[in-house]
Design a protein around this ligand. Structure first.
Ligand code: C2E
Ligand code: CA
Ligand code: CA
Length: 771
């Protein structure tokens, strides 16, 4: 089975959107965003680390400027001739120009060099390669004083990494490159509003140990401004582009970056700004140019993928749709089959299988409930079917189903078991009174005329009732009992109801036994014999024919009349063999009495065998008897079934020379209409009518009418069951052609038929009719 999940089913478009298109779009957007972000982050990280490295370079470069400054000073500050010269009361300025100023200004790019004596009085000064008045010292003195004092050892502070201070340890990680004899304070300072590297170094001889108080030596003061040439060097040597000194921090937006410039004492001197290298951003920019193409390619790829998946999905959806449709159809067929398996198509009532299941289920619960079954068989249904057609029959069955349903008590089940047989199963209301009331209600519904195809149809029903007790609740048993009860109603004239009784069972057992015995008797060809009852002419003096009547001399039950065992033979299918045997016997005897007709009774069941006419013809021919001598007695029963075939068989037999008599005339359904349909030669007025003749006036009137009708149709009329001479004379007067009955003779054994004059039996006729 497919799709049993509780989720609501989505249309293919929604499913495609939800499971393919939307995720693909999200994926694409996420990929692009993530790609962009990670590129951007990487680029930033690269740029930041480059910036950090350049900032380090800047600091290193500044440190190197300070260290270079001090190292360049040491070349002249620790040198005997220079020391000797500045110790003089009037130092030679020209000598100092040549050996100190020009050297430092030109070779080492100092911008200002000043020599001061032990009392801080300026002795010599050179600026940008030009000797200037030592008074220039006054301009720089205020900012340089802390350096001078530190170098003299009069100001105590820890040395920075570029200094050697008297009485102070070298700073950890110092980069100082001067000799240990040197003392100098070296730092970044602001001079005349400009950031500068400044160094103040004690001037001492290099040949002998320095004497005198350390603070009282002459000092060389050197300054190199950070702006100007130094910035150019930064770009050229260190690769720091556009380096410049700024008064405020650089704005990164403008593509500039800066680090603060501070003295080692933390005094802010300005900012060193430059245009940092940003390879990350460059890469990002160049990727961005190609990124569009990459993203477009990605989107095209995804779109193609989505398209392919979509097509597959829609194809799937189509085939799933087809499968689903097939499943639905199958389910419908299953449901239909299920329905058909349990219902009768014509009435929509439960069928026999469903009824059986219901009864079985109820029988399983017998501890709680008793169980009752009413078996309802319609009377005269066949007749309706035959006279009005199958359509009418179907309509009648449907109407009956409707009427019975209306009578069904709560909790009961009404089923059509088949044909004209219905059944009700009850689990409640099983008291005899309730059951009787239900049966009567059903019967009265069935007796009410049914309007069918424009005519009113009168039927009835035979109902058998069986009630199961908790000890005997087997379904088969219950149905068997209801069936027996129903048949007992039918046997006693139909249209009624009966409860099953033990006696019925007994009679059924007897029936079974009798059937067995009959089968044995037939195959052994003993116990059975045929008796012959004479038929007289109207005067009652001459025998004109014989009627063959079968007898059974049962070893235990004595002589049995055919009324007792013919129905059993019919039901058990033994009637064909029995009938043939009787016919053969009759033929054999008939040969002895060629002047007499031999009447043989034929059961409707025999007639129903397809080859009946042919079989009779060939049997009679084999016996060597002319068919004209044989008269077949049929009842209206045969005419009720399969009109066409019976008509054909009758026709066939009459053509062959057999005569046909309609037996028991007057007891059937609509005798006169049949007479028109089926050609016969004779009618035999039933003995129940004859019995009344002489007793009530009406009876003779009916008989007279029947005789007149028969004669009008060119039929010979026989009266059977004539017992009194009064009946005999009344019937003769009425015009009856033949008389038969105990008045003349009962059926005689073959050997009792003795030959009289002219081949007419000299019969021991008992109550011979006085003529
Ligand atoms: P049926 O054809 O109407 O036969 C006449 C029955 O009435 C016979 O009963 C006969 O003995 C009886 N009967 C004759 N005269 C009188 C009378 O004056 N008064 C009274 N009350 N009865 C009289 P039986 O022999 O018991 O046969 C009963 C029925 O069994 C027959 O009725 C016939 O339909 C059937 N039957 C008899 N033999 C055969 C047979 O070989 N084949 C078939 N299919 N049916 C047979
Ligand atoms: Ca008869
Ligand atoms: Ca009869």
């Amino acid at each position: 089975m497919f799709y049993r999940s509780g989720l609501p089913r989505l249309s293919p478009v929604l499913r495609f959107t939800a499971f393919v298109a939307a995720p693909a779009l999200c994926l694409a957007v996420a990929l692009v965003l993530f790609g962009t972000w990670s590129l951007w982050a990487t680029a930033n990280q690269v740029d930041e680390s480059i910036r950090a490295r350049q900032a380090d370079d800047v600091h290193l470069a500044l440190g190197a400027v300070l260290d270079d400054l001090a190292q360049s000073q040491a070349g002249v500050a620790i040198w005997d001739p220079a020391y000797a010269e500045v110790q003089k009361a009037r130092p030679d300025a020209e000598w100092l120009d040549k050996n100190v100023g020009v050297w430092l200004n030109y070779v080492f790019n100092h911008e200002l060099d000043i020599i001061i004596d032990g009392q801080d009085r300026p002795v010599y000064a050179m600026r940008n390669g030009e000797r200037v008045s030592p008074a220039i010292f006054a301009r720089v003195q205020p900012t340089l004083l802390p350096l001078i004092q530190a170098a003299r050892g009069s100001l105590h502070r820890p040395a920075n990494t570029h200094e050697r201070l008297p009485g102070q340890k070298l700073a950890p990680n110092t980069t100082v490159r001067t000799s240990p004899a040197a003392f100098h304070a070296t730092d970044l300072v602001e001079v005349s509003g400009r950031a500068a590297a400044a160094s103040v170094m004690r001037m001492i001889p290099d040949s002998k140990l320095v004497v005198g108080a350390p603070g009282r030596q002459p000092m060389l003061v050197s300054i190199r401004f950070l702006d100007g040439k130094l910035m150019g060097d930064l770009g050229r040597i260190r690769g720091i582009r556009d380096a410049r000194i700024l008064s405020t921090p650089a704005v990164m937006k403008a593509g500039m970056f800066s680090v603060p410039l501070r003295s080692s004492q933390g005094v802010l001197l300005g900012h060193l700004g430059w245009r940092p290298d940003m390879p990350g951003r460059d890469i990002l920019r160049s990727i961005a140019k190609r990124g569009g193409a990459a993203a477009a390619a990605l989107i095209v790829l995804l779109a193609a993928l989505v398209f392919v998946v979509g097509r597959l999905m829609f194809r799937d959806a189509r085939s799933i749709g087809a499968l689903e449709a097939a499943r639905v159809e199958l389910q419908a067929k299953e449901a239909r089959a299920q329905y058909l398996a349990n219902h009768d198509v014509l009435t929509s009532l439960p069928n026999r299988a469903a009824f059986n299941r219901f009864v079985d289920g109820a029988a399983g619960n017998m501890a709680q409930h008793a169980l009752g079954v009413l078996l309802i068989d319609l009377d005269k249904f066949k007749h309706v079917n035959d006279t009005l057609g199958h359509l009418a029959g179907d309509q009648l069955i449907q109407s009956v189903a409707g009427r019975l349903s209306a009578q069904l008590p709560k909790g009961g089940l009404l089923a059509r078991l088949g044909g004209d047989e219905f059944a009700i199963c009850l689990t409640e209301g099983l008291g005899p009174e309730a059951l009787r009331a239900l049966a009567e209600a059903c019967l009265s519904e069935l007796r009410n005329p049914f309007p069918i195809l424009g005519s009113e149809v009168q039927i009835g029903g035979s109902i058998g009732i069986a009630v199961g007790t908790p000890r005997s609740a087997d379904r088969t048993e219950l149905l068997r009992k209801a069936d027996i009860a129903m048949y007992s109603v039918k046997a006693s004239g139909r249209d009624g109801y009966r409860f099953f009784t033990a006696e019925m069972d007994e009679s059924l057992a007897n029936r079974r036994e009798l059937e067995d015995d009959l089968r044995k008797a037939l195959s052994a060809r003993k116990q059975l014999f045929v008796a012959y009852q004479p038929k007289m002419d109207a005067t009652g003096t001459t025998v004109v024919g014989l009627e063959a009547l079968v007898r059974w001399d049962h070893p235990a039950k004595g002589l049995l009349t055919p009324d007792l065992f013919i129905p059993i033979a019919e039901e058990a299918g033994l009637i064909h063999a029995l009938g043939s045997w009787v016919l053969a016997e009759a033929c054999r005897v008939s040969k002895k009495w060629p002047e007499l007709t031999m009447a043989v009774n034929v059961s409707p069941v025999q007639f129903k065998a397809g080859d009946f006419a042919a079989a009779v013809r060939s049997l009679v021919q084999r016996c060597g008897v002319h068919p004209r001598q044989i008269e077949l007695e049929v009842t209206e029963g045969i005419l009720l079934d399969d009109g066409e075939e019976v008509r054909a068989a009758l026709h066939d037999l009459r053509d062959a020379g057999f005569r046909i008599a309609l037996d028991d005339f007057g007891t059937g359904y609509s005798s006169l209409s049949y007479l028109k349909q089926f050609k016969v030669d004779r009618i035999k007025i039933d003995k129940s009518f004859i019995k009344r003749v002489g007793r009530d006036q009406e009876a003779i009137a009916i008989v007279q009418a029947v005789i007149a009708l028969g004669h009008a149709m060119n039929l010979s009329v026989t009266a059977e069951g004539v017992e009194t001479s009064e009946q005999g004379s009344l019937l003769r007067t009425a015009g009856c052609n033949e008389l038969q009955g105990y008045l003349f003779s009962k059926a005689l054994r073959e050997e009792e038929l003795s030959v009289g004059i002219n081949g007419i039996p000299n019969l021991p006729i008992t109550g011979r009719w006085a003529s």
